[in-house]
Each structure stands twice: as structure tokens, then as C-alpha cells.
Design a protein around this ligand. Structure first.
Ligand code: FES
Length: 107
């Protein structure tokens, strides 16, 4: 396991998402108010960026813009087809205005 800095919190507008490639991981960093969720950016259905999808703040999901699967920001599970597999989720911490995640080593 390793912990690494993703970006500064204020680089992401509230209720928006940003793709960040760091340390061999391709991440979708989603900010809801002052809460931050980090999931794998690559949709599990095909190689499209989840960070470009639409966020539902009340359901805590992000919808893949390509074919419409919504993924839970908490579990990474898809909530509707066509995706059937989860995307990775990451443990997030915020320290001094910076976002950190803890992840397995990238392979
Ligand atoms: S690429 Fe995301 S649902 Fe198809």
C-alpha cells in the first residue's frame, strides 16, 4: 500500500470531477462540497473517462457519459447496465488543503 498526493482540494470546483493521472493510477477525483471521493477513472464497460460524466450529488454517483452506467462514488459498483463490474475505490484523506489517496502499488 502506498499513500500519495493527488492534487490540491481547491483545484477541483465543488460538485465537479477531474481526472488525475498519478503514480501509475488513473483517477477520477470527485468533490461534493468539502467531501472528496476518488474512484478509478476508466469506466469498467469500455475505456472512457468517468471524470467527464455527470455527478448526482444526492445519490453520490457519477454517470459514464458514453453509455450511461452510473457508478457509486462510495463502493465503485455500477448501478445500471451496461457496466457490470465495479471500478476501484480509494481511501481519501485531506491534509492541509491537499488530497491524498491510499492504494495498492500500481502494477
Ligand atoms: S463506456 Fe461507460 S457505460 Fe459504456
Amino acid at each position: 500500500m502506498s499513500t500519495f498526493k493527488v492534487c490540491a482540494l481547491d483545484e477541483i470546483e465543488p460538485d465537479s470531477a477531474k481526472r488525475v493521472d498519478v503514480d501509475g493510477h488513473r483517477l477520477a477525483v470527485v468533490r461534493l462540497g468539502d467531501d472528496v471521493f476518488v474512484i478509478g477513472d476508466r469506466c469498467s464497460h469500455a475505456d472512457f473517462s468517468l471524470a467527464e460524466g455527470e455527478i448526482d450529488a444526492s445519490d453520490k454517483t457519477i454517470e459514464c457519459w458514453k453509455h450511461g452506467s452510473s457508478f457509486s462514488l462510495e463502493s465503485g459498483e455500477p448501478e445500471c447496465l451496461p457496466a457490470t463490474k465495479p471500478v476501484p475505490t480509494y481511501e481519501v484523506s485531506i491534509d492541509n488543503g491537499d488530497i491524498f489517496v491510499t492504494a495498492e502499488e500500481a502494477s
